[in-house]
Design a protein around this ligand. Structure first.
Ligand SMILES: [Cu+2]
Length: 126
């Protein structure tokens, strides 16, 4: 009796560690690449943003918030997934971006149910 109550937590801990390895390292939707690329200068100004993830996405819980020069919120059209690739998020921009620096805050829910988020910036010149 005393043995089983003290050894159980160890079993739980080691299986949690296994889940962490398998789940975190390989299953979450991490941003793989983006267009315009992070820290790049886009010229001419982009008409859409493309974000490529490592896993399939749930569109309903995946999106971006774009902030431009002077902290202005940038209007985006409805995001879609590439019809042939559910790891590719496409976000249309509603009007030509004024020259300046843009920050893209993204959040994603992968098809395995894990949430991830991150941020990057690019510069635009038309
Ligand atoms: Cu995951």
């Amino acid at each position: 009796m005393a043995h089983s109550s003290s050894s159980l937590p160890l079993v739980v801990l080691s299986s949690l560690a296994a889940v962490f390895f398998a789940g975190d390292a390989f299953a979450h939707a991490e941003l793989v690449s983006e267009t315009p690329a992070a820290k790049s200068m886009a010229m001419p100004a982009p008409t859409e943003l493309k974000l490529k993830f490592s896993e399939g996405l749930e569109l309903k819980f995946t999106g971006v918030k774009v902030v431009g020069p002077k902290q202005a919120a940038i209007e985006t059209g409805p995001a879609t997934l590439d019809p042939n690739d559910n790891t590719m998020l496409i976000v249309p921009l509603k009007s030509t971006l004024p020259d300046g620096k843009y920050t893209v805050d993204w959040h994603a829910l992968s098809t395995d149910g894990h949430k991830t988020k991150g941020s990057y910036w690019f510069e635009s010149m038309h």
